[in-house]
Design a binder for this molecule. Structure first.
Ligand SMILES: Cc1ncc(C[n+]2csc(CCOP(=O)(O)OP(=O)(O)O)c2C)c(N)n1
Ligand code: SF4
Length: 297
């Protein structure tokens, strides 16, 4: 007899997470590979699309949610993180992913990063680091290398680039990884691990911009430069070693999990749930609420 217990839901495939929208990225853009890796990771995790919220800011990379079948919210430039945090807190059951560019995430949106990390909200934050503003046609970004010539730095950039890996580690991120669509299987694995990590997970993706990006960032050049952290025997639980390796951002291209906290701290959502449990059955009257929270009112 067939019962609810005996019916097994069909195993999800990467194709189940690809929407019918045809990407409008330039042919060869690295973001094509990133969306493929994300859909593979989601299939491996096995949560259906209606249980996933995918939030982004504005930029070429921020188009990604629309190319998936998850619920998508293409928000405002630099504001994906506050909106994603609100979504996760309002509905903790949702799996929440965030996509950003290096400009979106570390220039206009850089101020939100420390706060999502110190709150430890359970999100997976994927930044497509192409070291340029792609959507607005090739301006200097916070991760552009010193000396880089762009439409806004004709004589070469005078600025020291942001190191995204050290930036998040400096604020205490518990999961930090780097990948590239030049190694699709590796990138999908990293994203899957980031999603499974219980807390805030940061993944920096070296996703080349074929139109405005530098030669050494293109997939072919990356394939010769990249080195997996596993191949050099790195232990992701070793914070001191991870910090040393993160310093080499911009000179070496390491891929894999740089740091995974072996004792993940509680998430903000767990704290909220505990407090809700503690105050259950202790509904306050309007008068008590006013007295407690606005005593001078
Ligand atoms: C408040 C605001 N400021 C500026 C812009 C213009 N703008 C849109 S995307 C973008 C930068 C895109 O670069 P990045 O975030 O690195 O993403 P990419 O396009 O390279 O993937 C800028 C400056 C905007 N849309 N809104
Ligand atoms: S401008 Fe660059 S980042 Fe944007 S779609 Fe084209 S190749 Fe991709």
């Amino acid at each position: 007899m067939i019962t609810h217990e005996t019916i097994q839901p069909a195993k999800l495939q990467a194709g189940d997470f690809k929407s019918d929208l045809k990407p409008i990225w330039c042919p060869g853009c690295g973001d094509f590979g990133v969306v493929t890796a994300i859909t593979r990771a989601l299939a491996a995790v096995g949560r259906p699309p209606h249980e996933i919220a995918f939030v982004s800011g504005i930029g070429c990379s921020s188009r990604i949610p629309g190319y998936t079948t998850a619920y998508g919210f293409n928000t405002v430039h630099g504001r994906s993180l506050p909106i994603a945090q609100g979504i996760k807190l309002a509905n903790p059951e949702l799996l929440v992913l965030v996509a950003s560019g290096d400009g979106d995430g570390f220039s206009i949106g850089g101020g939100h990063v420390p706060h999502v990390i110190r709150r430890n909200i359970d999100l997976t934050y994927i930044v497509m680091d192409n070291q340029i503003y792609g959507l607005t046609k090739g301006q200097l970004s916070p991760t552009s290398q010193r000396g880089r010539k762009t439409v806004t730095s004709n004589f070469g950039s005078l600025e020291q680039p942001v190191n995204p890996l050290l930036y998040v580690m400096g604020y205490g991120a518990s999961f930090v990884a780097q990948g590239s669509p030049a190694d699709m299987a590796g990138l999908a694995r990293i994203i899957e691990e980031g999603i499974r990590f219980p807390g805030f997970a940061f993944i920096n993706v070296q996703s080349p911009c074929v139109t405005y990006g530098q030669e050494e960032q293109q997939l072919k050049a990356q394939k010769t430069r990249m080195q997996s952290l596993e191949s050099i025997g790195h232990d992701p639980a070793n914070l001191a070693q991870a910090t040393e390796l993160a310093r080499e951002y911009g000179t070496r291209l390491y891929t894999g999990i740089l740091y995974r906290n072996p004792n993940p701290p509680p998430t903000f959502g767990q704290g909220v749930a505990e407090r809700q449990q503690m105050t259950r059955g202790q509904a306050l009257s309007r008068h008590e609420v006013l007295n407690r929270f606005m005593p001078n009112n």
